[in-house]
Ligand binder design. Structure first.
Ligand code: SF4
Length: 63
């Protein structure tokens, strides 16, 4: 699984709180970024949850 965040991110940091291993807030860009190229298996479900909960629909998953 791969994940990207589009510039639609509104910076509420919900994904950061759900899965800090993967998502991080970039204070310069003022949006969240993905810390890893490939998501480890054990974090896939929580990443899917973050994408589902993202109000801006900014988290794009490639299975
Ligand atoms: S949950 Fe969505 S809108 Fe909120 S910080 Fe993460 S990517 Fe951005």
């Amino acid at each position: 699984m791969k994940v990207t965040i589009t510039d639609q991110c509104m910076g509420d940091r919900n994904c950061n709180e759900l899965c800090p291993e993967i998502f991080e807030y970039d204070e310069d860009k003022l949006l969240s970024i993905v810390k890893m190229d490939v998501i480890p298996k054990h974090l896939e479900d929580v990443v899917r949850q973050a994408a589902k909960e993202c109000g801006a629909e900014a988290i794009i998953i490639e299975e």
